[in-house]
Structure formats: C-alpha cells, structure tokens
Design a protein around this ligand. Structure first.
Ligand SMILES: [Zn+2]
Length: 346
C-alpha cells in the first residue's frame, strides 16, 4: 500500500482555486475549514482565497516555533474544524502540520515557496528552546503549489530547494553503504522515488525563472517527501550531506539555509567517495543555479568546515554514512577539505 496525497497540483493561480479542492468531499464534508497563513503574506493570501472560501476562518501563524504550532493546534481543537489548510513557506506549513496532528485533523498544504522537501514530508521541523527539532506528523492530505507565489519568493530560497533534492543522490549512496556494511534494511521503492526526483532535476539547463523547471522542482520535492513516508524515516533524503548541514546549524547557526547546506554536503560527500563523475555533475548543477559549493561561498573558513565535518556524525547517531564509514581523523579531514576547496573554488 502506498500512502499518497489525494491530489497534487502544481500551477499558477492555485491559491485562488483552493475552494474547489476543499469542495471535494474526500477533503471536507461539513465545510468547517480553517486556514493558517504566515505573518508575511497573510493579508494577500486572505484576499485571494476570500471569494471561494468565504466562511473559512483564517488564523495567523506567528513563526515556525513549537509554541506557535501548539497555540494553533489549541485553536483548531476548540473550533472543531474538519480540515486545516496551511498556506505559505516552510515555516508556516511545518507549524500547521504539527498543529493539525495535535488537533487530530488532516492538513492541506499550499506551498508558496520551494526551499526544501518538507512540503510533503511526514515531519515538521520546528524551533524550540533555541534549538530545532524534527517532529513526526501525518503527511498532508493534499498538496498545492502556487507558481505565482514561487516566482515572487526570494530567489535564493527557491534555488535552495534544488540543493535539497540533489542531496538525495548522496543520501541513497549512504543508505546502500549502510545496507552493505551494516545489514541495514533498504527500501527499493523509497530509493527509486528519491533518486528519480534528483535525476529529473540534475541535468536540466533551465532554472527557476521557467515554469517548466519550477514544476519539476516542485514534483521532485514532493516525491522526496513521499519517499520518506514510504521508508518510514528520512533515510532516502538525508545522509552524510544532512549530517554536515545539521553540524553547520549547531556550530555556526545562521550561516545558510537548509537546501544550500544540503547541496554543499552532497558535493563534499561525493568528493569523499572519490566518485569523480558524480561530484562534477553535482558541482556543475549547484554552480548552474548559483548555489554555494565551497565553504567560502557561505562564509566559512576551511578550518571551520573541517570542524563541521568532524562533528557531523554525532548529529545523527546510528545513521551510517560515508562520514562514519571513513572515520577520518582531524588531520585527514583538514586535508580532504583543503583538497575539495582547491578543486572547486571558483
Ligand atoms: Zn533536506
């Protein structure tokens, strides 16, 4: 059995036609619908959906914290809503996902940005007590991506989604390594979905200005999220690449966003695997979309990035990746980081 959203729709003007989706009796029967919007574009979104969603109650999600999600969850429970629609970027969608799971109701995700594969994943990444936690939640019941909004989103955030998708290729290598070296069970369907998502994107010569490209990017991010549902873990979309990302977030918070870091992590992991063809392909793709490749591109020194690589395995205990496999000493890490920078600094 394959869990999947009821509908998946990627196009311009999707937000304005939300009413049609919610009229689907599989989504809502009695019509008690709550809509959650972020602080930034809340008014604009509200005016767009008002004509088709007159009676829907609109809630503002303050930010991507556990507190904001818990408070929305309490509102949803009090109002006895049948479904909640989260409209916005990653933070709003994640907070709404968690709130929906607390209230025990399904959630419809309407993405206005494409910065990472969380739009359709079974997890919500939320801030609490200064740190970031990942919480298991049900996958959205339906997913819409509005390309009008994506075109207006900050370019760097949309490009970041490319890095997150491309990192799947590295994550799958790590999963296969864990399978061979540690006998870890591997899920062929999850691998195929996650890999297909990345392969669909990596060779494209157009970029985020094109609707065709954004459509594939959206599909790839959604497919990545679904691969995690199939696998029952983030394994098919998170390996050494994401361990590096988490280590950057821990050691040097605020350095860069999720997708940019995942892209650098993937390129560096392929470099460690000495997979020359793949590392060239990954670096070429990142460069083509103006994504960072070497630590200097995100303002980190070689020394700092070596610290990151040394800490990375500790960020996901139990996950076997190329980093755990090589068990490099600090001096070796410094050498490899130096070689990587010399090879790919522009
Ligand atoms: Zn990711």
């Amino acid at each position: 059995m394959l869990p999947a959203p009821l509908t998946m729709d990627v196009r311009r003007g999707a937000v304005a036609e939300l009413g049609a989706l919610l009229a689907d009796s599989r989504v809502a029967t009695s019509g008690r619908v709550a809509v959650a919007v972020g602080p930034g574009q809340g008014d604009h979104i509200e005016s767009l959906i008002a004509p088709t969603l007159g009676e829907a109650e609109v809630f503002r999600v303050a930010d991507g914290t556990v507190d904001a999600a818990v408070s929305l969850g309490a509102d949803l429970r009090k109002g006895a809503y049948e479904v909640v629609v989260g409209v916005g970027g990653g933070k709003t969608i994640d907070a709404t996902k968690y709130a929906a799971s607390l209230a025990g109701i399904p959630m419809v995700a309407v993405a206005t940005n494409l910065s990472h594969d969380g739009i359709c994943s079974p997890t919500a990444s939320l801030v609490y007590e200064g740190g970031k936690g990942t919480f298991g939640v049900p996958m959205p019941l339906a997913i819409l991506v509005d390309l009008d909004f994506v075109h207006n989103a900050p370019k760097s955030l949309v490009r970041a989604g490319i890095g997150d998708v491309i990192s799947n290729l590295s994550a799958i290598e790590d999963w296969q390594l864990g399978n061979v070296e540690r006998g870890e069970p591997i899920d062929g369907l999850a691998c195929s979905m996650s890999r297909t998502a990345a392969e669909a994107l990596i060779g494209r010569t157009d970029s985020i200005e094109s609707d065709a490209f954004l459509t594939v990017l959206a599909e790839s991010l959604i497919l990545s999220g679904m691969s995690m549902v199939v696998a029952g873990s983030s394994r098919p979309a998170s390996g050494g690449d994401h361990e590096i990302l988490h280590a950057v977030d821990q050691l040097f918070p605020g350095t860069s966003n999720h997708g940019e870091l995942a892209g650098i992590g993937a390129a560096f992991c392929f470099f460690l695997r000495e997979d020359h063809a793949r590392v060239q392909q990954v670096v070429g793709c990142l460069r083509r979309h103006e994504l960072p490749v070497v630590p200097g591109d995100i303002g980190l020194t070689e020394e700092q990035f070596a610290e990151v690589v040394a800490l990375a395995p500790a960020t996901r205990p139990g996950r076997y990746t190329i980093l755990e496999h090589l068990r490099m000493q600090e001096s070796e890490i410094r050498d490899r980081v130096g070689d990587y920078v010399r090879a790919f600094a522009s």
